[in-house]
Write a protein that binds this ligand. Structure first.
Ligand code: CTP
Ligand code: MG
Length: 235
C-alpha cells in the first residue's frame, strides 16, 4: 500500500521534548535547564524553531520543574509548555495530543538535548516532507562497522547502509499522531521514526549536521576548543 499524498502546505508546528531526568549527565537539575553557551540548554533549539517561523512550539517539561521551564523560555513567542510522561515516547505522544486543537499539517519533533539546530536542517526536512509523510536527518558513518558478541568480532557490516540518526524528525501531523496512538503501551521506541515505520510509513532521509550532536554525559557540556589541539610535524 502506498502512502497517501502528504500535506504540502499549511501550518508547521514543533515539539521539543524536555521532560527527561538527564540521569546520565548527573547534576542537581536536568541537563535541559543547565546554562550552556550563556543560556538554558533547551532555549537554544526553541529559539532556532522560533527563528524558522514555526508555531506553536509545544515544550514537554518534567513535573516539578515548571519554574525552571518558565524562566528558560521567558519572552519567546508561540510556546506552550505541557507535562511530559515517563518515557520519551510518552512525552512525544502527550505533546502531539496537546497540538490537536491547533490542527497543524506538519510537525517537527526535537530533543531539547540537541541544542544547536541549524536552519539548513529545518529547511531540508520540510523540503523532504514535500515528497512523503516522514523525514529524518542522518549522517554517514565514517568508521568501519562490525557486529560483535562476547567481546569478539562476529562479522563486518556494510557501512554504506548505516546512518547516524538525529532530531528534529519531521512528519505529517495526522500520520504521526495516529502512529503514536497505535504504539501506546508497547515498549519504548528509540525515536519517532521507529514509531512511524511500525505504522507502515516510509521515512525519507535528509541531511543531518555534526552541530546537532546530543548532550548525554557531563563531558558533552564541556566545550572543545579545536584551535588548541597541538599541531605537530606540520612545519
Ligand atoms: N525526554 C522526555 N521525556 C522523558 C524522557 C526523555 O521528554 N520521559 C527527552 C529528554 O528531555 C531529552 C530527549 O528526550 O531532551 C532525549 O532523551 P535523553 O537524551 O535520553 O535524555 P534523558 O532521558 O533526560 O537522559 P537520561 O536518559 O540520561 O536520563
Ligand atoms: Mg533517556
Amino acid at each position: 500500500m502506498s502512502d497517501p499524498l502528504p500535506s504540502r502546505t499549511g501550518p508547521v508546528a514543533a515539539i521539543v521534548v524536555a521532560a527527561g531526568k538527564g540521569s546520565r549527565t548527573g547534576g542537581t537539575i536536568p541537563k535541559q535547564f543547565v546554562t550552556w553557551r550563556g543560556k538554558p540548554l533547551v532555549r537554544h533549539s526553541v529559539e532556532a524553531l522560533v527563528q524558522a517561523g514555526i508555531a506553536p512550539i509545544v515544550v514537554a517539561i518534567p513535573q516539578g520543574f515548571e519554574a525552571e521551564a518558565a524562566q528558560a523560555l521567558d519572552g519567546l513567542a508561540g510556546i506552550k509548555a505541557t507535562h511530559g510522561g515517563t518515557t520519551r515516547q510518552d512525552s512525544v505522544r502527550l505533546a502531539l495530543e496537546a497540538l490537536e486543537a491547533d490542527a497543524p499539517t506538519r510537525v517537527l519533533i526535537h530533543d531539547a538535548a540537541r541544542p544547536v539546530l541549524p536552519q539548513t536542517v529545518i529547511a531540508g526536512l520540510l523540503d523532504a516532507l514535500d515528497r512523503g509523510l516522514a523525514a529524518i536527518p542522518v549522517l554517514p558513518v565514517v568508521d568501519s562497522m562490525i557486529r560483535g558478541a562476547d567481546h569478539a568480532m562476529a562479522e563486518k557490516v556494510v557501512r554504506e547502509e548505516l546512518f547516524r540518526v538525529q532530531t528534529p524528525q519531521a512528519f505529517d501531523y495526522a500520520a504521526i499522531l495516529a502512529a503514536h496512538r497505535a504504539w501506546t503501551g508497547k515498549p519504548d521506541a528509540g525515536d519517532d521514526a521507529q514509531v512511524a515505520v511500525a505504522a507502515g510509513i516510509t521515512v525519507l532521509l535528509a541531511d543531518g549536521d555534526e552541530a546537532l550532536r546530543k548532550i548525554t554525559f557531563a563531558a558533552d557540556l564541556e566545550e572543545q576548543d579545536m584551535t588548541r589541539i597541538p599541531r605537530t610535524g606540520m612545519g
